[in-house]
Design a protein around this ligand. Structure first.
Ligand code: VG1
Ligand code: CO
Length: 542
């Protein structure tokens, strides 16, 4: 039995950088989830009898949303749903399942690094057949549909038992509950030299992986401890909890502070890593050596050929615009293409599909490759492990060697969270208005060479995405970038990205904030951060 239910639209279902994210009580409003899912189905065509992959990061409201999605997929005519046991699928594992099963698409339930719980965040993201986040033209269609939706279809069938692996039916549709880890672990084994990494662990190499009570726990236990022989307990906080243990599953220097302190301590293990709520981000720290995500992208790209999955070399590298230019120097040396995209993984999909790029990354702790169409936290960790096992050097040695060869891109991001939305918009508007007058001006002792609002012209499908961040370039190659976050659920977050290139190896040991001090002052002077937001310091520095 299928019910066609009358509904009225909500006007706030606009997907952001990575899907629709709102507080849980917003999603719990009558028909809110149903409206959005029906808007997805109404915006794509040709799925009759096809497969849909569904899974989430286990946060509060995950199971309820999954039951709704399954019943609606059935009523709308999908032939099969593949769902992770317990409703669990990391974002990269969902991407892999879509590709492996040639599914029509997938629904990922996650608000990623945002906190979870009855009054915290939830999210729904739609992925297309290549396994990647829906491109802008699809998310725009979904939003447009959500504003006029007047009915949705749902099957009147009992809830599916999500905790038992096996095949079930929901109306005319088949539901396969699968082990969320198995296929993903197999994919990792096909890319990396597990024997070499196993030998490294057997010889006493020690590591800590902080799963932050989020989705990567079961993946890390299976891959690092069971398959690679890392000591039991290597994966910490490894049980996914609906509220992430009350923490913020964001692997940065603020929320993964314990890991950072451990790695800087006297008895630090050789390698420390962490991932976020949905398993697509990674934090990498060597003993006494933090690796910025921008640097990590460059170093992974420079060494990827040491892993079996990349032994033929890379086709190209892509990075988001605010990510540092460290990767550009690697691409230049390798003689391969480098692409600069707007923030958000959805912009990498075309480059990966077209074979223009093999490795992609963002300054926000996201790195990945063409093995899936999402960023992939454990993938980055395993590539680092593979490189360490082959080079037999420490993380610190590899980082210093890299800087010596390529120079160092000092880099930091300053986030001003919970800023009043109007004030944030005024700041950005004022900046945009000031753009034409910036070149030639001297600010905090630095001369502005160029300034613009980044627009991306997709080289594959020709689509254009405008207003993707204001960038101010200074003579000598330093720059600051300003943009507003598209993943928050209350107020606005201003992100200020600061970068300075230093070729001189004798100057590679300066404390980052000190190395960037003049740029930080210039950023405030140009954007009037204090004036507009009333804040004298950022809430988070990464
Ligand atoms: C942030 C990051 C961006 C990332 C996005 C989704 O977006 O800056 O690089 O792709 O989160 O990551 P924004 O719009 O808040 O700056 V995740 O791990 O939250 O899916
Ligand atoms: Co994430």
């Amino acid at each position: 039995m299928i019910s066609i239910v009358e509904t009225t639209p909500y006007d706030d279902q606009k997907p952001g950088t990575s899907g629709l994210r709102k507080k849980v009580p917003v999603f719990q409003q009558k028909n809110y989830v149903e409206n959005f899912i029906q808007s997805i189905f109404d915006s794509v065509a040709g799925y009759r009898g096809e497969t849909l992959v569904i899974g989430g990061d286990g946060r509060y409201f995950n199971r309820e949303a999954i039951q709704i999605a399954i019943k609606m997929a059935s009523a709308n005519g999908f032939g099969r749903v593949i769902v992770g046991r317990g409703g669990i699928l990391s974002t990269p594992a969902a991407s892999h399942l879509i590709r492996k099963n040639e599914a029509f698409g997938g629904i990922v339930l996650s608000a990623s690094h945002n906190p979870g719980g009855p009054n915290e965040d939830f999210g729904i993201k739609y992925n297309v057949g290549n396994g990647g986040p829906a491109p802008e033209k699809v998310t725009e269609a979904i939003y447009a549909r959500s504003r006029e939706i007047d009915r949705y279809a749902i099957a009147d069938v009992p809830d599916i038992d999500l905790d038992t692996v096996g095949s079930f039916s929901a109306g005319d549709m088949t539901v396969e509950v699968v082990d969320p880890v198995a296929d993903y672990a197999e994919l990792m084994e096909s890319l990396f030299d597990f024997d070499a990494i196993r030998a490294m662990f057997a010889s006493g190499f020690r590591m800590v992986f902080d799963a932050m009570h989020a989705v990567t726990g079961p993946y890390a236990v299976e891959i690092l401890e069971r398959r690679l022989g890392a000591a039991q307990g290597t994966a910490r906080n490894a049980d996914p909890l609906p509220d992430f243990g009350g923490h913020h599953p964001d692997p940065n220097l603020v929320h993964a502070r314990d890991l950072f302190d451990l790695m800087m301590s006297y008895d630090a293990p050789d390698f420390g890593a962490a991932s976020d709520g949905d398993g697509d981000r990674n934090l990498v720290i060597g003993r006494g050596m933090f690796v910025t995500p921008s640097d990590s992208l460059a170093m992974l790209a420079a060494n990827a050929h040491l892993a079996p999955g990349y032994s033929d070399g890379l086709k190209g590298i892509a990075r988001s615009m605010p990510t540092s230019a460290a990767a550009d120097r690697v691409a230049e040396k390798l003689g391969i293409g480098i692409y600069e995209t707007p923030t958000g993984w959805k912009f990498f999909g075309n480059l990966l599909d077209a074979g223009l790029a093999t490795i992609c990354g963002e300054e926000s702790a996201g790195t990945g490759s063409d093995h899936v169409r999402e960023k992939d936290g454990l993938w980055a960790v395993l590539l680092w492990l593979n490189i360490l096992a082959v080079r037999k050097e420490s993380v610190a040695e590899i980082v210093r060697g890299h800087w010596k060869t390529y120079g160092r891109n000092y880099y930091s991001r300053h986030d001003y969270e919970g800023v009043e939305t109007d004030a944030a918009n005024r700041l950005m508007d004022a900046l945009r208005t000031a753009l034409p007058n910036l070149p030639g001006r001297t600010v905090a002792g630095l001369t502005v060479e160029a300034a613009d609002d980044f627009a991306y012209h997709d080289p594959v499908d020709g689509s254009v995405s405008e207003k993707q961040g204001v960038r101010v370039l200074f003579t000598g190659g330093s720059r600051v970038v300003f943009r507003l976050s598209g993943t928050g659920t209350s107020g606005a977050t201003l992100r200020v990205y600061i970068e300075r290139y230093e070729p001189d190896a004798d100057r590679h040991d300066i404390e980052t904030q000190e190395a960037l001090a003049d740029l930080i002052a210039a950023a405030d002077e140009i954007a009037g951060i204090k004036k507009h937001t009333g804040r004298s310091a950022p809430s988070v520095i990464t």
